[in-house]
Design a binder for this molecule. Structure first.
Ligand SMILES: C[S@@+](CC[C@H](N)C(=O)[O-])C[C@H]1O[C@@H](n2cnc3c(N)ncnc32)[C@H](O)[C@@H]1O
Length: 308
């Protein structure tokens, strides 16, 4: 794996991703959790980056501990910096007091006490002393595991860290999307940097690479380059690996709906459980249709926002 998410990119990540509809993703996640009657106390988020989803997870009332794991120390530092800043400056966090203890944070108000822990670890090989009842990963982070053994390692560790009745929910770019990404290059102009972006697709290897060259608006500072690599996997391969790790039930959805995911869906959501009957404990077919329709309309409205 080539080195990526260095300090330079971590610094501009949120600006580059400013159009990513995290809040909408969170609404979809909430519907998945409701559908599967999941009220998690302890959440582990894999490849949490600068914690754009982690901070949404705070809104799940049942949660009392969120552990955010990422390989990049720079991304985790940015996340911790944002948490401290927001607790002091933003309305949403106003109701909480923040107590810091090394890499652990305690958010406290009159009715709730919530721990947020940051952990720099590799998701192919992580371990925790505690178990989680929900493990999550978003924004095609698992596609960064470009070797099948790495993906297996990640699933093995997720299985060992999940409680028996817990859920492992993650999204991935489908193999169909990875193969059909248009090769292009463009420039993103920030307030104090320029970022040259180049998409390269190796259709045969199901591999998408993004080459970034980030140049600060300061002649004294050098430009910095990094490469991001994502591999697409067939659904049946992912299901086989999950099964091998001990996941006995898996539902696969076309993202932002509850329709069955296919290899040519754009983004896929996987819901995996260790207990073979766990996914049958759900709100039923009518609710599934309701959530699916609701999320498709929501998706349409979110897309319109980016057209105009
Ligand atoms: C596209 S970003 C997504 C970040 C975050 N999930 C979000 O939604 O903004 C991919 C993230 O995966 C992390 N990552 C890549 N490979 C990893 C690995 N082997 N273990 C842990 N994190 C990894 C990167 O550091 C980066 O933060």
């Amino acid at each position: 794996m080539k080195y990526s998410y260095t300090t330079y990119f971590a610094e501009i990540y949120d600006e580059v991703m400013k159009n990513v509809p995290y809040q909408y993703w969170f609404r979809y996640l909430k519907d998945i959790l409701k559908y599967y009657k999941c009220q998690p106390n302890k959440i582990l988020e894999l490849a949490s980056g600068t914690s754009n989803m982690t901070f949404n997870l705070i809104n799940l009332e049942s949660v009392n501990t969120i552990t955010a794991l990422d390989l990049s120390k720079a991304m985790i530092s940015k996340a911790a910096e944002k948490l401290e800043y927001r607790t002091l400056n933003q309305k949403k966090f106003e109701k909480f007091n923040l107590i810091k203890n090394d890499d652990n944070y305690q958010l406290q108000n009159s009715s709730r006490s919530l721990k947020i822990k940051f952990s720099v670890q590799n998701m192919i090989d992580f371990s925790f002393a505690e178990e989680f009842d929900l493990i999550l990963s978003f924004f095609d982070s698992l596609n960064y595991l470009t070797d099948i053994d790495q993906l297996q390692g990640c699933f093995d560790n997720a299985a060992s860290s999940l409680s028996e009745s817990g859920l492992f929910i993650f999204d991935m770019n489908s193999i169909g999307r990875i193969k059909t990404i248009a090769e292009k290059s463009f420039m993103i102009e920030g307030d104090n940097y320029e970022c040259f972006w180049e998409d390269i697709v190796n259709e045969k290897e199901n591999l998408w690479q993004v080459k970034l060259k980030i140049c600060p608006d300061n002649d004294q500072l050098p430009c910095f380059e990094e490469v991001h690599s994502e591999r697409g996997y067939k659904i049946k391969t992912i299901l086989r690996l999950l099964k091998h790790s001990g996941f006995k039930a898996v539902d696969v959805y076309n993202a932002f709906s509850f329709a069955r995911g296919k290899n040519n869906s754009d983004r896929l959501y996987f819901v995996a459980a260790l207990d073979e009957n766990r996914l049958q404990n759900n709100e039923g077919q009518l609710k599934k249709i309701y959530y699916s329709t609701k999320n498709r309309i929501d998706y349409f409205l979110v897309s319109l926002r980016y057209l105009f």
